[in-house]
Design a protein around this ligand. Structure first.
Ligand code: TLP
Length: 338
């Protein structure tokens, strides 16, 4: 099977498995796991933030950020197709008790004026705007890179209104690799950020949230409340450290694979690639073949290629380090033949 469903499917490398095996560990709830501490310090330094916290997943990281920044009854602003709104099972309502106000995005990019217009003024009828969330790269916009200039403009508005900005940077390092910019070009324009170690970076488990020390102190408590205070967790932080320190450079290769796939799909009659393919995600509309996404996903599965449904007639192909260029070429050939 050639598995292009997601970059979450990667298996840990030999180096990650060995790092887990040899990890120096302690009870992290007592703050005594040296491997976790090392990972958090390294992550904070790479991201240019005062402090960082190791969490179990991207969803947990985003939810802890929302819980830490807001109070029940607040309203949060986020892009209409953002992961936090679209794919986190309504957790912000269920856990933080906030309501969402979505803003339309173009390729994942929200217009700063729309953000400013959506911020609530002083009125007893209104909820307080407690948080603005951005996503970079933007998953449902097909892995689109949100330019730092846009983040900067939104952050400036947020600061004017004393509202924090959180970035879901599950694939932030894909944005870094695609743009050639320094990671801090992105992270300086937000108060807090979540990055996933277990997507393109290939770790088996884990995410990081980063921000200032006061935020991380409160976030640590929310993590505990959610049952995310773990004990000898250096066992899984060690592969995360390998991911963070050795796997960022290679993301560009995943982007090359996606570009090859885009080209191949573009040559198939009735299939239309609908995103720019900035990074490792290709989204295609298959309605020209008279098929629903479900039918198309099933057809490919029967022929050895796994992909994800994305909409009624759209499908997503995601490249990652566990799929070689040879496999991408083979998948392209299978689709062409079909
Ligand atoms: N995305 C997954 C699915 O949940 C859709 C995928 O296969 O792409 N933020 C963004 C932008 C994400 O794409 C994801 C996962 C998350 C957060 C959540 O991360 P996890 O799966 O670790 O909770």
């Amino acid at each position: 099977m050639i598995d292009l469903r997601s970059d979450t499917v990667t298996k840990p490398t030999e180096e990650m498995r060995l790092a887990a095996f040899h990890a120096e560990v302690g009870d992290d709830v007592y703050g005594e796991d040296p491997t976790v501490t090392k990972l958090e310090k390294e992550a904070a330094s790479i991201l240019g933030k005062q402090a960082a916290l190791f969490v179990t997943s991207g969803t947990q990281g985003n939810q802890i950020a929302v819980l830490t920044h807001t109070r029940p009854g607040n309203e949060i602003l986020l892009e209409e197709n953002s992961h936090i709104f679209y794919y986190e099972s309504g957790a912000v309502a269920a856990l933080a008790g906030v309501q969402t106000r979505t803003v339309r995005g173009d390729k994942g990019v929200m217009d700063p004026q729309d953000i400013e217009a959506a911020i609530r003024g002083e009125d007893q009828h209104f909820p307080e705007t407690g948080l603005i969330c951005l996503e970079n790269t933007h998953n449902r916009a097909g892995g689109a890179v949100v330019p730092p200039a846009n983040m900067e403009a939104i952050h400036a508005i947020a600061k004017k209104h004393s509202i924090p900005v959180h970035v879901d940077g599950a694939r932030l390092f894909n944005a870094v690799a695609a743009s050639g910019m320094d990671v801090k070009e992105f992270t300086q324009h937000c108060d807090t950020i979540q990055i996933c170690l277990s997507k393109g970076l290939g770790a088996p488990v884990g995410s990081i949230i980063a921000g200032d020390e006061a935020f991380i102190r409160k976030a640590r408590k929310w993590r505990k409340r959610l049952g995310g205070g773990l004990r000898q967790v250096g066992m899984i932080a060690a592969p995360g450290l390998v991911a963070l320190t050795t796997m960022r450079e290679r993301l560009a290769k995943d982007h090359q694979k996606a570009a090859v796939l885009k080209e191949a799909l573009g040559n198939c009659e009735g299939i239309r690639v609908i995103n720019e393919v900035d990074t490792n995600i290709v989204v295609a509309d298959v309605s020209g073949r008279g098929m629903t996404s479900e039918m198309f996903v099933e057809l490919l599965k029967e022929n050895g290629v796994l992909i994800s449904g994305f909409g009624s007639h759209t499908v997503r192909f995601t490249t990652h380090y566990d799929v070689s260029m040879g496999e991408i070429e083979r998948a392209s050939e299978i689709i062409r033949t079909l």
